[in-house]
Design a protein. Structure first.
Length: 84
């Protein structure tokens, strides 16, 4: 069984830089999932959403498969990382 610490901060065992990378991956995955679902729904209705196409992603410099540009994860300033 997981400890209280593991349940309340499951990424604690990873470095702060790794945590930020994991969070960035999670956000991109969520955006890709939403984009894929929106594309499927629009196709069911016989239309196409421009922002779900690979060409749109390339033109807007969005990650491939993401329906919007994704800014990098903003970390806490190093001076405030006490405890990491």
């Amino acid at each position: 069984e997981k400890s209280v610490k593991q349940k309340s901060s499951p990424l604690f065992e990873y470095s702060y830089a790794d945590q930020l990378g994991m969070k960035e991956t999670y956000v991109k995955t969520a955006v890709r999932t939403f984009t894929k679902q929106a594309k499927a729904k629009s196709e069911e209705h016989g239309s196409e959403l421009e922002w779900t196409t690979p060409e749109w992603s390339l033109r807007t410099k969005s990650p491939v498969g993401c329906g919007c540009p994704c800014d990098p994860i903003i970390g806490t300033p190093e001076s405030s990382l006490r405890g990491y």
